[in-house]
Design a protein around this ligand. Structure first.
Ligand code: UDX
Ligand code: UDX
Length: 430
């Protein structure tokens, strides 16, 4: 099929490259000219496992190309994916201005019978919203259908998630258009759920809110474990064997972050509010998450002897999780900002996100590796779970720090091994 993808970010690029891999003819548009130029030479602007190879494959086979401008991609396409950003607005709701702009731009060039597919996370009612914009902006578009087909892609493993989905959700009132969307994925083995647009849109928010709930739940249990001297990792293991609960998303940490969970939970809360439902549970989830950042700042403050003013903190990891370069709503960045505001000197190292982090938080002192970040530190704080932090020479580390204190917000290190080397170690919930 001829496919257009509007937006070449984490979601759009993955969608475009994977659909080309599945045999479709894909044109991917972005308004960022330099991004498009780089992509056409195979240069990948984001860190994503497997992406360079799959983009290269698409460019070589000529099934994948990149253009500037949504209309240039959408003209003549059978299916048009909208994958532009939907950032959080001031009131918590998802800001639809980029979606609206993309819809207005493509409307005049859409072929009759084509399907416009909302892939970005958009609030309930967005399929109707996009349909209305297309109707307003395009000529006689009654034969263009809008469908919702939400993404469930984890950054860092987005290519794998796209090609091995747990399910494919298609929300569309027109059965023929829904079948057309499902045919895009005919090379994949996964259950396809065809439903109405509002339910599809809700499935996305409910899924992310549920996963966020699991994380806040285990973080709350972790805090309780600290009070009663239990080990949350044992607790999560014991819970996970119950198949009704499962092992996934029960890792305590500094709170969830990233481009989706914080934004999507706020947007769902906003949807509840405007519809007169008081979603106390979700409010609690968000509040537990906010407090978890604070809890980490408190642990670091205690580790520094009660005051951060003038304290040197070695921060390991800045991205919102490992294996990505994404800093959006990163707990580590929020915590680092708090440390800086309290007068600390923050020496940070991150394998992928350091340059962008420095632009966002100029007060950070960026260091070249984990040892360098820890040199002269009063506290070393492990804030992102990059694997390389596990395999360091901790005897060497012991000789570099000013005080042997480790706050491990990801439970990445072995407490007994750290204590044996003379470190004062504090994890999460153990
Ligand atoms: C975004 C949303 O944040 C997420 O909630 C949703 O599920 C998918 O879309 P992401 O792909 O990570 O996620 O966003 P981003 O990396 O910012 O990519 C958006 C791309 O769209 C950028 O490259 C931007 O230049 C481009 N864009 C944006 C357009 O091409 N046109 C626009 O009008 C706006
Ligand atoms: C998420 C969804 O998982 C994915 O389906 C899609 O909707 C986009 O949003 P992503 O934001 O890439 O993906 O990251 P994810 O792996 O889900 O982690 C989100 C946050 O939760 C991270 O900050 C991570 O560190 C945290 N997390 C995750 C935990 O603290 N504990 C866990 O057990 C799992």
């Amino acid at each position: 099929m001829k496919v257009a993808v509007i937006g070449a970010g984490y979601v759009g690029l993955t969608t475009a490259a994977c659909l080309a891999h599945l045999g479709h003819e894909v044109v991917c548009a972005d308004l960022d000219e330099s991004r498009v130029a780089k992509l056409n030479t195979g240069e990948i602007p984001i860190l994503e496992e497997g992406m360079p190879a799959i983009v290269e494959e698409g460019l070589t086979s000529r099934r994948l190309r990149f253009v500037v401008g949504a209309a240039n991609a959408a003209a003549g396409a059978d299916c048009i994916f909208i994958c532009v950003a939907t950032p959080q607005g001031d009131d918590g709701a998802a800001d639809m201005k980029y979606v609206e702009a993309a819809a207005r731009e493509i409307a005049p060039v859409l072929a009759p019978g084509s399907v416009v597919i909302n892939k970005s996370t958009m609030p309930v009612g967005s399929s109707r919203f996009v349909q209305r914009i297309l109707d307003e902006s395009g000529p006689a578009l009654d034969r263009v259908t809008v469908a919702s087909n939400p993404e469930f892609l984890r950054e860092g493993q987005a290519v794998r998630d796209f090609l091995n989905p747990d399910r494919i959700v298609i929300g569309c009132d027109d059965p023929a258009a829904a079948v057309r969307v499902s045919e895009l994925y005919s090379g994949l083995r996964a259950p396809v759920l065809v439903t109405d647009p509002a339910s599809a849109e809700m499935i996305k928010y409910a899924s992310n809110a549920f996963l966020a709930t699991k994380i806040s739940f285990i973080n709350a249990i972790a805090n309780l474990c600290e009070a009663v001297d239990a080990d949350v990792r044992e607790v999560a293991l014991g819970m996970g064997y119950d198949r009704r609960i499962g092992f996934e998303f029960l890792k305590p940490g500094p709170g969830y972050g990233g481009s989706c969970f914080p934004k999507d939970s706020a947007a769902l809360l906003h949807t509840a509010q405007v519809n007169g439902y008081s979603f106390d549970l979700l409010e609690g989830v968000i509040e537990v998450n906010r407090k978890q950042y604070e809890h980490m700042v408190n642990k670091i403050t205690q580790g520094a002897g009660g005051s951060l003013n003038g304290a040197v903190i070695g921060v390991w990891g800045l991205t919102f999780k490992s294996d990505t370069d994404d800093l959006r709503d990163s707990p580590s960045m929020l915590i680092s900002e708090r440390l800086l505001n309290a007068g600390a000197i923050v020496q940070a190292y991150d394998p992928a996100g350091a340059d962008k982090a420095k632009q966002m938080l100029p007060g950070l002192e960026i260091r070249t590796d984990a040892y360098d970040a820890a040199t002269g530190a009063d506290v070393v704080a492990v804030l992102t779970e990059w694997d390389e932090f596990r395999w360091l020479d901790f005897d060497r580390l012991r000789g570099l720090v000013s005080k042997p204190v480790i706050v491990d917000a990801r439970n990445l290190l072995d407490p007994a091994a750290m204590r044996r080397r003379g470190f004062q170690y504090s994890g999460v919930g153990r």
